[in-house]
Design a protein around this ligand. Structure first.
Ligand code: MG
Length: 230
């Protein structure tokens, strides 16, 4: 009957190793907006994300993309042209999973600043391997981050701590820049790099706003189910 919805997520839940919910059939005939629009249940979404992060699926996804990027980079010879690669920082080279786990994904501006100032973010291993390969091969490396410039020193301390070295420049977001979207800042920074004569062969980041706006031959989108930056 129309409007009667069979809810069966048992298989998915079992796969993810989450708490099982009961199968049931709703007696309501209402066509619900929440279901039409597929608005997720936040409790269930969080459980899925915890499972995704903790049970190795996130790392598997990262490793898969890292393999693709490595294969792509191996088709370029940095001796032949001024090839550059752009990396984002958060959820690309550094992981904020410890903060998100501790705060149950809540956005607390002051706590995030405190966390970033602590310079304790671990490296994302698969992408650090891409970075190390790119460095070893002699590509010019740029890091473009949405982190404000007042955090730059601590961010660089954090990068050193996890063994990320040898970049040409770490470009931070000016403290007074009022922006809704990161796209003008990030694409503008890439344009400035290309104006210096570099060819950006790969741009790697976890947000669409890291990658939109051009000035790179290829863009590689990494997974991030934890937050969205326009
Ligand atoms: Mg990021």
């Amino acid at each position: 009957m129309k409007g009667m919805k069979k809810i069966s997520m048992l298989a998915l839940i079992t796969t993810l190793g989450l708490h099982a919910v009961q199968d049931f059939t709703s007696t309501s005939r209402c066509v619900l907006y929440v279901e039409q629009q597929k608005i997720p249940n936040i409790g269930f979404a969080k459980q899925q994300i915890y499972a995704y992060m903790k049970e190795g699926f996130y790392n598997d996804d990262m490793r898969c993309i890292a393999q693709e990027i490595k294969a792509y980079l191996n088709t370029f010879d940095p001796v032949k042209a001024p090839y550059a690669i752009v990396f984002d920082i958060d959820e690309t080279l550094l992981s904020n999973w410890p903060y998100n786990k501790q705060n149950d994904f809540a956005y607390h501006h002051d706590k995030i600043i405190e966390w970033e100032r602590s310079a304790q973010a671990p490296a994302i291993k698969a992408i650090k391997e891409v970075y190390d390969l790119a460095r070893e091969k002699g590509f010019t490396l740029f890091l473009i981050s949405g982190r404000r410039c007042f955090l730059q020193e601590k961010t660089i301390e954090n990068l050193h701590k996890v063994g990320i070295e040898g970049w040409k420049e770490v470009i931070c977001r000016p403290d007074d820049l009022q922006d809704v979207s990161r796209v003008p800042f990030k694409s503008g920074a890439r344009r400035a790099i290309e104006k210096q004569g570099y060819i950006i062969i790969a741009n790697i980041g976890d947000q669409e706003s890291d990658l939109a706006g051009g000035y790179a031959l290829k863009a590689f989108k990494l997974p991030n189910p934890m937050y969205y930056i326009p």
